[in-house]
Design a protein around this ligand. Structure first.
Ligand code: HEM
Length: 431
C-alpha cells in the first residue's frame, strides 16, 4: 500500500493562516485555519522544524495509547528537559513508569479528601487582601492560590513566606519553557536559565534536607519520595520542580479561564453562584459537597474544552509509523492537538460557543474527544487533584464574592500553557 504525503500549507493557506493570527490575535488562529483547510493531519511550516499535527479522537488514541511505546517524550536540548532534568514529565520508558509508580499514591483519589481544607484556606488567605471595587488580575491571583495549595498539600510546607521572594523565579521558569526562539534554534535553549530559577532550586534542596531531618508526614508527595531509597536528593528535586511547573501553571490557567468565561456570561455566573450558595450556605466547601454542585463541574469542563491549558502534547516518533495511510518517519516530531479536537465540528455542535449544558449528565461525551488531561499511561497524574482543586477554589470564590469582568480583550496566548492575555481583570465585592 502506498502511503500518502502529509499535507503542508501552500502559499494561499499560509496567507489565510496569517489572517487567522491577526483575527484571533493569537498563533492559535493559524492552527484553526490549517485544520479547516487541510483536515486532521497536516504539517506545520516552521523553518528547520516541521512537526506533524494530529487532530481528533482517533489520532489522540494513536499517540496516547496504540503507539505510546513507539514515541518518545524526552528531547535533551529543550528548555523543559534542562529545567526538569529527570522529572517524571520528561522521562521515557521504564524510568518514567518507575517514578510514576512511586508518585501515584500521594496523588491518588483517596488522598484528595485530606487536601480540601488546605485548598479553601489558601483561597481565603489570598482573597483576604482583596479590597472591594479594586481591579485584580485573576491570572496572578489564581497563580498565588495554586502555589500555596501545591506546596501545602504535596510538599507539606507553607509557601506564603516565599511567595514574594520566589515569584519572579516561578514566572521566569514558566517563560523559560514556553515556545520561543529555541524552537527554531536549539542553541538558544540555555539562555534565560538564570539566577531566579536557581533560587527555586536552592529552596527545593532546603525543604528536602529539612524533611530528611524531621520526617513528620510520610504520606504526602515529599514524604513518599523521601521514603523511597532509590530517590536521591537530585531526583526528588526534579519531581518537586516538575510539580511546581506542571501542577501550578495549569491550574492557574484553568481557573483564570473559568473566571473569564463566567464573567463574560452573567447568566451562567448567576446559576453557578446560586448552586454554590444553596449547597454551602456559609460553610466552607467539603469533599462531600462537591458531588452536590454538578453545574460547577459542567462550567469547569466547558472552560477546559474551550481553553485547555495544555493545548497540545508533543512526542518524537521513535520508529517509522503510519497513521491513517500517512507515513510518519522515525525522528519526526508529532503533536496531538487537544485544542483543535475540543473544537472539532464533527464532535461538537457550535464548537466555539460557551455552553456548559454540553456536559449535562444526560449528554454522552465520546472517548478521546474531550481530553484536557491527555490520556493513556502518560495522562495527567494530577488530574483528580486538579479537578477537586478547581472546584473548591471556584466554589469558595463564588460563595464569598461578586466578581465583575473588566476587560473583554482577552486572547489565548500559547505560552507554557494556553494563557488568557493580557490577563483577566475583575473587580471584587464581598457578599
Ligand atoms: C487543570 C489542570 C491541569 C491540566 C489541564 C493538566 C493537563 C495535563 C496534560 C494534558 C498532560 C499530558 C500531556 C501529554 O500528553 O504530553 C499532563 C501531564 C502531567 N501533569 Fe497535568 N494538568 C493539570 C494539573 C496538574 C496538576 C495539579 C499536577 C500535579 C499535582 C499535574 C502534573 C502532571 C504531570 C507530572 C504530568 C506528566 C505525567 C506523565 O508523563 O506521566 N498536572 N497534564
Amino acid at each position: 500500500m502506498s502511503l500518502k504525503p502529509i499535507p503542508k500549507p501552500n502559499g494561499i493557506i499560509g496567507l489565510k493562516g496569517l489572517r487567522g493570527i491577526w483575527q484571533r490575535r493569537s498563533v492559535i488562529g493559524a492552527l484553526e485555519v490549517f485544520h479547516a483547510e487541510m483536515g486532521d493531519v497536516f504539517r506545520l511550516p516552521l523553518p528547520g522544524f516541521s512537526p506533524v499535527m494530529l487532530v481528533g479522537a482517533e489520532a489522540s488514541r494513536f499517540v496516547l495509547v496504540t503507539s505510546r511505546d513507539d514515541m518518545r517524550w524526552r528531547m535533551e536540548r529543550e528548555p523543559i528537559t534542562i529545567l526538569l532534568r529527570h522529572g517524571v514529565l520528561v522521562e521515557d520508558g521504564e524510568s518514567h513508569d518507575n517514578i510514576r509508580r512511586i508518585m501515584n499514591p500521594a496523588l491518588h483519589k483517596q488522598m484528595l479528601q485530606y487536601y480540601v481544607t488546605a485548598m479553601w484556606r489558601a483561597t481565603d488567605q489570598i482573597t483576604a487582601a482583596w479590597q472591594p471595587g479594586k481591579p485584580y488580575n485573576m491570572l496572578d491571583e489564581m497563580r498565588k492560590i495554586a502555589l500555596l495549595i501545591m506546596a501545602d498539600t504535596l510538599f507539606g510546607v507553607d509557601f506564603s513566606p516565599e511567595l514574594k521572594r520566589l515569584w519572579k523565579g516561578v514566572v521566569r521558569a514558566v517563560n523559560y519553557i514556553s515556545p520561543g526562539i529555541w524552537v527554531l534554534w536549539r542553541g538558544f535553549s540555555h539562555i534565560g536559565y538564570n539566577h531566579e530559577i536557581r533560587k527555586i532550586d536552592a529552596y527545593l534542596y532546603r525543604i528536602i534536607a529539612q524533611r530528611r531531618k524531621n520526617p513528620g508526614n510520610t504520606d504526602d508527595l515529599l514524604g513518599t519520595l523521601i521514603n523511597t531509597p532509590a530517590m536521591t536528593d537530585d531526583l526528588i528535586r526534579d519531581q518537586l520542580m516538575t510539580m511546581i511547573i506542571a501542577g501550578h501553571d495549569t491550574s492557574t490557567a484553568s481557573l483564570a479561564w473559568a473566571l473569564y468565561l463566567l464573567g463574560a456570561h452573567p447568566a451562567v455566573m448567576m446559576r453557578a453562584k446560586a448552586e454554590v450558595r444553596a449547597t454551602l450556605g456559609d460553610s466552607p466547601p467539603t469533599y462531600e459537597s462537591l458531588e452536590k454542585m454538578p453545574y460547577l463541574k459542567q462550567v469547569l469542563n466547558e472552560s477546559l474544552r474551550l481553553y485547555p491549558p495544555i493545548h497540545l502534547g508533543s512526542r518524537v516518533a521513535a520508529k517509522d509509523l503510519c497513521f491513517n495511510g500517512y507515513a510518519i518517519p522515525a525522528g519526526m516530531r508529532v503533536f496531538y492537538s487537544i485544542y483543535l479536537t475540543h473544537r472539532h465540528p464533527v464532535y461538537w455542535h457550535n464548537p466555539n460557543q460557551f455552553d456548559p449544558e454540553r456536559f449535562n449528565a444526560a449528554n454522552k461525551i465520546m472517548p478521546y474527544t474531550f481530553l484536557p488531561f491527555g490520556g493513556g499511561p502518560r495522562n495527567c497524574i494530577g488530574a483528580a487533584f486538579a479537578q477537586v482543586e478547581s472546584k473548591i477554589v471556584l466554589a469558595r470564590l463564588l460563595q464569598q464574592f461578586d466578581l465583575h469582568l473588566l476587560n473583554n480583550n482577552v486572547r489565548p496566548y500559547m505560552g507554557a500553557t494556553l494563557e488568557p492575555r493580557p490577563g483577566v481583570m475583575m473587580s471584587v465585592k464581598g457578599v
